[in-house]
Design a protein around this ligand. Structure first.
Ligand code: ATP
Ligand code: MG
Length: 405
């Protein structure tokens, strides 16, 4: 273990949220060990403002519950305490321990045949907790009692040398929780760091373990991957490590050798736009992102259905929209509230061609008009298609003119 004393690191309490400090102090005053850990410590050391502050302590969830009135216990796989301060939630976890000692107590720890941990509620001490975290850079502890950083896994050096390294044997750690593969890529892209060789090597051949992950958890992860400001860099790494192919098989099926099909170009474009908007503090819309990414697979499928049957174009497109979203949801479930919007954005693409007069006014007042229009404009640009371009210009003028009315 390495200890970095107060005057040799740059974490200051001024940068830590008041509420996180309150929690840390109350735990400490009540006789428990309390540390800031995870993303909070890592980001402060990198000179960035953390998104949230995670705390770990020797107090059990029940003991934490007794200390804070505004506390709720959550989670099954990991039991955690949430201390709620209005919009800010401070997550407090109890030190996690090793599993070996408690072989058949299923309600505490539970592992599948393939080594996946479904429950991880064995408590331990700080050293054991450090070993159970995912990457070395996520396993640094800032103690509120002495303001020192404790490093049990070489995280400080890896942070300096800009390396994402799993703690322990990579294959075992990925089998315990395959989402760690996605996290490795996410952190590498976000901090522009390298995934160290041993951590990187098993990813392509273990990628299929992600099939075991509940598809709703994969959806949450996919938003963190593509919609947190580093989507384009993350996408490139996901493809390189054969992870994208697992999350979005319908899209990856259309990838080309030269990587320059409309599908590939529109994905790059939309991810770069999303990153730009997030940097500028603008809102992003996940329905729009999925509608764009799945647009060309949809076009292809409509074509195939048209060739095989004598449906009208409208009928084929309804069937195709349904099939594409259904198939996508087999690997990664997009919640209903979002797929409904994806339908709207897609359906409007037809309406842009046919709606004029009164119906055009109706269309621009629909909630998803802007997103649908942005997709139209992207298509026009990607395909360099004259008709689409003049249609985009028409709707652009119409929209501006109607604002002046
Ligand atoms: P972010 O800035 O995205 O919140 P983070 O590192 O804080 O990054 P969290 O998901 O908030 O990520 O998790 C907090 C900490 O919990 C991590 O830093 C890590 O130490 C630990 N952790 C999270 N997920 C896992 C996992 N799947 N396996 C092991 N440890 C994990
Ligand atoms: Mg965090």
């Amino acid at each position: 273990m390495t200890i970095i004393p107060r005057d040799e690191h740059k974490i200051s309490r001024q940068k830590i949220s008041k509420n996180a400090l309150k929690v840390l102090y109350r735990l400490d005053k009540s006789g428990y060990e309390a540390y800031l850990v995870g993303g909070g410590v890592r980001d402060l050391l990198l000179g960035k403002q953390p998104k949230d502050f995670d705390i770990t302590t020797s107090a059990t969830p029940e003991q934490i519950l007794q200390l804070f009135r505004n506390c709720r216990l959550v989670g099954r796989r990991f039991r955690l305490a949430h201390i709620i301060f209005g919009p800010e939630i401070i997550e407090v976890s109890t030190f996690r321990g090793h599993h070996e000692h408690i072989s058949n107590r299923e309600n505490i720890s539970y592992q599948t045949q393939h080594g996946m941990l479904l429950r991880d509620n064995v408590y331990g001490n700080i050293e054991e907790d450090a070993q159970r975290r995912d990457f070395t850079i996520n396993s640094l502890y800032y103690g509120i009692a002495d303001f020192m950083i404790r490093d049990y896994t070489g995280g400080m050096r890896d942070l300096q040398e800009r390396r994402i390294c799993l703690i322990g044997d990579p294959e075992t750690r990925y089998r315990e929780d395959p989402v760690r593969m996605l996290r490795a890529v996410r952190f590498a892209a976000r901090f522009d760091m390298n995934i160290c060789l041993q951590t990187a090597k098993p990813i392509p051949y273990l990628a299929k373990l992600l099939y075991e992950i509940p598809s709703s958890r994969l959806f949450e992860e996919s938003l963190k991957l593509l919609q947190s400001g580093y989507g384009f860099a993350t996408y490139k790494l996901l493809c390189q490590y054969k992870l994208f192919q697992l999350l979005f098989p319908i899209i990856a099926r259309h990838f080309t050798l030269n990587k320059d099909s409309p599908l590939e170009r529109i994905i790059i474009k939309v991810l770069k736009n999303t990153d730009y908007r997030l940097q500028k503090g603008m809102r992003v819309n996940s329905a729009f992102l999925f509608a764009v990414m799945l647009w060309y697979p949809l076009m292809q499928l409509i074509g195939e259905i048209n060739n095989k049957n004598n449906f009208t174009n409208y009928e084929s497109s309804v069937i195709a929209m349904h099939n594409i979203l259904n198939e996508q949801c087999r690997t990664l479930v997009i919640p209903k509230r979002i797929t409904t919007l994806v339908y709207d954005i897609w359906s409007m693409q037809r309406h842009f061609f046919y709606y004029r007069g009164q119906r055009a006014y109706k269309l621009i007042n629909q909630p998803k008009f802007r997103a649908a229009f942005d997709l139209l404009a992207l298509r026009a640009e990607i395909e360099n298609n004259h008709d689409l371009k003049s249609l985009t210009e028409w709707w652009d003028r119409f929209q501006k003119a109607s604002l002046l009315r």
